[in-house]
Design a protein around this ligand. Structure first.
Ligand code: ATP
Length: 409
């Protein structure tokens, strides 16, 4: 439906976009994400034909936008601007009526179908109750919804939204994106520049991550929003987990922090244990995990993060050798962290810890499933590194088990 190929844009001697490629299928919402100045607005301006690129093409339905008249593009592509600071001396209804311009000849008056399109657009964007108020009397968020209504009144197959939720409270942000999703379900094709990565992940079918005018990653939100791509694009450390009740990634920025020089042994399985490992490694702790079944999410995350995992074959139960190694690691650690389900076979490992912390798991199997009485305080995942950082400094013991010895698997 929308095909952006090898786009490059230069302002003066500053190359702002280089080799930007992506395409958007009919009936999908693609989010443009990336840091300030990455080039998101420039991409949108090029797609709607108001900025001519130095190189590359934008095609809608196979035909280059550059080959069509402005009015013809206006019947195909509608957009909402990033800012709402427009000095209109118009009512809300008149503002929304501007969306009909591409459908009218120079001397045409609006007909019945134009009025219907305007009323429907105002209702869908929930601005009909403001219809007769001056645009300039509205709040920033209300103006944003009026500009969305103007774009809807244009009745185009393609919708471009530049920061559609920037001025909106969380309720209106969610309602706006739900509205965009329903438009997309009706067959519209939408591209939205969105700063809020978690809203983008939840509502977009695909994301295009831009930085310094180039595409750094593109695809499903869970493939695009990883700690590595976000570090690369934003130069920021993040913890990426999963939004409760969905498969969408949840990005938590990690504040600049002191490294947490602590050794921690994690007991548990699945996503909770895997997320605890990532969080602790992200805080520079030395971390081990086990006993876990080989192939479990926690064992795989440990391999990715280069942490020692004490594993046993799946469904084999905890054997003595594995338990002894895990107990040694737990004894040597400053804390044992319980995240995810813990069977009776791991109870001695948890008991070997001098300090035992549980991690809240949002209803997934967690410390509550541990054999009773094993876990002390339970903290949210986001607070885990801070909780570990406040533990007493390491004590030398004979039981010290340096990390990095081979696992028992
Ligand atoms: N007309 C212009 N003249 C010169 N430079 C420009 C112009 N428009 C944009 N730029 C520059 O191009 C780069 C990309 O800007 P753009 O607005 O596309 O970024 P963005 O990703 O939308 O940023 P933000 O998230 O802050 O809105 C920026 O460095 C910006 O300063």
């Amino acid at each position: 439906m929308l095909d952006v190929a090898d786009l490059s844009v230069t302002f003066g001697d500053q190359r702002v976009l280089s080799g930007v490629d992506f395409d958007v299928e009919r009936g999908t919402l693609v989010g443009l994400v990336g840091p300030n100045g990455a080039g998101k607005t420039t991409v949108l301006r090029t797609v709607k034909g108001t900025l001519e690129p130095d190189g590359g093409t934008v095609r809608v339905d196979g035909e280059p936008v550059a080959d069509r008249s402005a009015k013809a593009v206006g019947r195909l592509v509608a957009s909402t601007p990033q800012g709402t600071d427009l000095s209109f001396d118009f009512t809300v209804r008149q503002t929304v009526e501007m969306g009909r311009t591409p459908h009218l000849g120079r001397f045409d008056r609006m007909g019945e179908c134009d009025h219907t399109a305007v009323e429907t657009a105002m209702e869908r964007a929930s601005v009909d109750r403001f219809a007769d108020r001056p645009f300039t009397s509205l709040s920033g968020g209300e103006r944003q919804r009026v500009l969305l209504a103007r774009a809807l009144a244009q009745e185009t197959p393609v919708l471009l939204l530049d920061e559609p939720t920037a001025n909106l409270d969380i309720n209106h942000a969610v309602r706006t994106l739900e509205l965009v999703r329903s438009l997309v379900a009706d067959g519209k094709t939408a591209v939205a520049a969105i700063h809020d990565l978690n809203l983008a992940a939840r509502y977009c079918d695909e994301l295009v991550l831009l930085a310094d005018g180039a595409v750094r990653a593109a695809g499903r939100p869970s493939d695009v929003l990883t700690s590595d791509t976000l570090r690369d694009a934003f130069d920021a450390e993040t913890l990426v987990t999963t939004q409760p009740g969905t498969d969408a990634p949840l990005v938590t920025p990690l504040a600049e922090r002191e490294a947490v020089d602590r050794q921690v042994h994690v007991v548990g399985t699945g996503a909770p244990a895997a997320d605890a490992l990532a969080s602790l490694v992200g805080a520079d702790c030395r971390v081990s995990v086990g006993v876990v079944p080989a192939g479990d999410a926690a064992a795989e995350r440990a391999a990715d993060l280069d942490c020692e995992a004490v594993t046993v074959p799946a469904f084999a139960g905890v054997d003595d050798t594995a338990r002894e190694r895990a107990v040694a690691l737990a004894r040597a650690a400053d804390a044992v962290v319980v995240a995810g389900a813990v069977g009776d076979g791991n109870a001695p490992v948890v008991e070997a810890g001098r300090v035992r912390l549980g991690v809240e798991t949002d209803g997934r199997d967690g410390p509550d499933d541990a054999p009773s009485g094993l876990v002390g305080d339970t903290v949210p995942l986001a607070a885990l590194p801070a909780a570990v950082a406040t533990l007493p400094p390491p004590v030398e013991t004979d039981a010290a088990a340096p990390l990095g010895q081979s696992s028992t698997d």
